[in-house]
Write a protein that binds this ligand. Structure first.
Ligand code: MIG
Length: 660
């Protein structure tokens, strides 16, 4: 059951698609403060709190405080309070089990047993918000209701499930051709190569640098001939430059955010000084969305939206005042205090929260300060793109995933987990985020495989592949200046290549589970506790997940480990794969096991009485043969395989499911 409580005069976020009547009754479970800013509930000793989508720490969020404030934060550390998304859905599981969604466009804090272990306190900055309380017989039922409430998740094309190679640093057409050629030479399957900001002419959206990419259309069609899709990045900020049509149209059409004086607001990002499109305005969304046609017309059918928190390197006004103060300081003898003031001034230039109070949106003719709707910005940018794709590409799916998001954005695109690092702990974090993202509707997602920031290692890439073979997005991406991490950079390429083969073999299953989760409003990844609800050991597991109804994943995420402890809440089949033609299976009883998993071995489990399909490897998804499949698991089992053409928009589940 879903109950809706409306407090004050909330800003419409369009997160919810169902009409739920308001109730004037008192909300159960929570103590609501008179000003409607604070919501407090008691947590029993063993209650688990799931949710919050893209956040650090474990699946059980209890014991820390979090903040919904979309933030370009490349440091995903234990004390990080916000990343790029605001996903204000929580699921309390235990003595009382319920879901709650705080639909609020501004900043919120979630103190989940931080101040006091038995208290959860959710705080909004003002008392204008909607709260949806969801009860049901189980965690699954509650999440299903919530997902129905917020509407069907975005559907990616099937090719987006193929292996993708990306790096911030590919500078030219030549670089791209080499990446393709090297994968081909090594026989490593590949469906996509990503174009980071360097394909643009001085980081101007919807332009192409003609020196380094003299003929992008030709490059695209050459790549397509090899089954490789090019996926360019689009940033939020529009460069201020005379003669640049996007800028000039934006000014003329009144499409940009305004400063306090009503002038187009100036910030700076990669292109230098930019204006930020006011994506809250339908006219801006339509105008900006139509710009994607420049690339769609070249045959490009995938994009990633970046920097849309929005990230701001500096605002003109802050830079001026900082410079002025530094100028004053530099005339004095810099003492300890002034030194730290100086340091703080410089460090505080980028992504300064105060800057979000210095520009404005036009929402239905009303001037709204950005701060109040901050968490909707990336969402509305992704919506702009997605609605344009519906107009410009009526019959064909377009790949779209974004960095910033809010619940609601899940209907328009997927997300990736942002700038993680090549750390073992981030491999585990990748796994731990998956169920929370699914709850919030983000079924198409993945993290930068191998890690984005800092130097990766051969074994970390290998282990990360062994998780990513199961996630919808499987993209190797890394930052400029870090060690190159394409699979052919390492000595263990024969082994990593096998993992990519396994990925291709698993795609019929992964895609089927993805589509079922989207079309039935269910989770693709669930914590063990959702299924083994009364098993105390299962409820504590933080490093294993259920995938669909058939699989349990338990990747190795520790350096130099040749195996790991795994908890089996029931009898399961251990699958050990060194390649598609080198598979061992073994039935293990319920209980705790130490399971060996050498670096080149992928280990996972099939639940009792289930089976999964596996096809042969291919160079890309287009070439997959889903007619001749083998099955892993219990022979007598049935598996409901969802299969469609992967590009068109006919998602009739009855029509596309066949029993295998
Ligand atoms: O300020 O475009 O998260 O994936 O490679 C960095 C360069 C901007 C951040 C994205 C990352 C991308 C990078 N971008």
């Amino acid at each position: 059951m879903i109950t809706k409580y409306v407090y004050g005069n909330p800003i419409e976020t369009e997160a919810v698609v169902q009409n739920v009547p308001n109730t004037s009754e008192k909300m159960p479970y929570f103590e609501v403060a008179e000003d409607h800013c604070t919501f407090q509930t008691h947590l029993a000793e063993d209650d688990i709190v799931y949710g919050l989508g893209e956040q650090v720490r474990g699946m059980n969020k209890r014991g820390w405080k979090y903040k919904s404030c979309n933030f370009d934060n490349p440091n995903h550390e234990e004390d990080t309070m916000s990343l790029y998304g605001a996903h204000n859905f929580l699921l309390v599981s235990g003595q009382k089990t319920f879901g709650v969604f705080f639909d609020y466009a501004g900043m919120m804090t979630f103190d989940i047993g931080y101040t006091a272990h038995d208290l959860m306190t959710v705080t909004a900055e003002d008392g204008n918000l909607k709260v949806y309380l969801i009860t049901g017989a189980s965690e699954d039922v509650i999440v299903h209701q919530f997902r129905t409430l917020i509407g069907r998740s975005y559907i990616a094309p099937k090719w987006a499930f193929g292996y993708g190679q990306s790096r911030w640093g590919y500078q030219s057409e030549e670089d791209i051709r080499q990446v393709a050629a090297k994968h081909q030479a090594a026989g490593i399957g590949l469906d996509s190569i990503y174009l980071d900001i360097d394909y643009m002419e001085r980081y101007k959206d919807f332009t192409v640098d003609n020196t380094r990419f003299p003929d992008l259309k030709q490059l695209q069609s050459d790549m397509m001939a090899q089954g490789i899709h090019l996926v360019p990045i689009i940033d939020a900020g529009v460069k201020i430059e005379e003669g640049y049509s996007v800028y000039e149209e934006g000014v003329a059409g009144n499409y940009f955010c305004k400063d306090a004086d009503g002038n187009d607001f100036v910030g700076a990002v990669w292109p230098g000084r930019v204006h930020f499109p006011d994506f809250m305005k339908p006219e801006t969304r339509r105008w900006f969305g139509d710009k994607y046609a420049v690339l769609l017309d070249m045959g490009i059918d995938g994009f990633w939206n970046d920097m849309n928190e929005p990230a701001i390197f500096y605002t003109e006004k802050r830079l001026e005042s900082v410079m002025q103060r530094i100028n004053e300081l530099s005339k004095q003898n810099m003492g300890v205090d002034t030194f730290f003031e100086f340091k703080g001034l410089v460090e505080g230039i980028s992504n300064n929260i105060e800057d979000y109070s210095t520009f404005y949106h036009d929402m239905n003719g009303k001037k709204v300060v950005h701060h109040k709707v901050h968490n909707l910005y990336g969402y509305q940018m992704t919506r702009a793109a997605s609605e344009a794709f519906d107009r410009l590409s009526e019959d064909k799916r377009i790949l779209m995933f974004s960095r910033a998001s809010y619940i609601g954005a899940h209907r328009y695109g997927g997300i990736w987990q942002g700038d993680n690092k090549s750390w073992w702990s981030h491999l585990l974090m990748n796994l731990q985020m998956l169920p929370a993202l699914n709850m919030a509707g983000f079924v198409f997602n993945g993290a930068d495989t191998g890690g984005f920031g800092c130097d990766t290692t051969e074994d970390l890439v290998m282990r990360w592949l062994q998780l990513s073979v199961f996630t919808p997005l499987m993209r190797n991406h890394s930052a400029m200046g870090t060690r190159e991490q394409e699979l052919y950079q390492f000595g263990n390429m024969a082994d990593t290549k096998k993992m990519i083969e396994i990925r291709y073999g698993l795609i019929p299953y992964i895609y089927s589970e993805y589509m079922k989760a989207v079309l039935q409003d269910t989770m693709m990844y669930r914590p063990l506790s959702f299924v083994y609800r009364t098993d105390a050991a299962a409820r504590e597991v933080e490093d294993q997940l259920l995938l669909g109804d058939e699989v349990m994943i338990a990747p190795v995420y520790r350096q130099n480990a040749n195996g790991r402890y795994v908890y089996l809440p029931e009898e399961m089949m251990l699958v050990r794969m060194r390649g598609l033609d080198d598979i061992e299976t073994e039935i293990l009883p319920k209980g705790h096991h130490y399971v060996q998993a050498k670096l080149h071995e992928l280990v996972f489990f099939i639940r009792h009485g289930k089976k999964i399909p596996l096809c042969r490897a291919a160079q890309n998804t287009e070439a997959l043969d889903t007619v001749h499949m083998q099955y892993l698991g219990w022979e007598t089992a049935d598996y409901a395989l969802y299969e469609d053409d992967g590009v068109s928009k006919d998602y009739d589940i009855e029509k596309h499911i066949r029993m295998c």
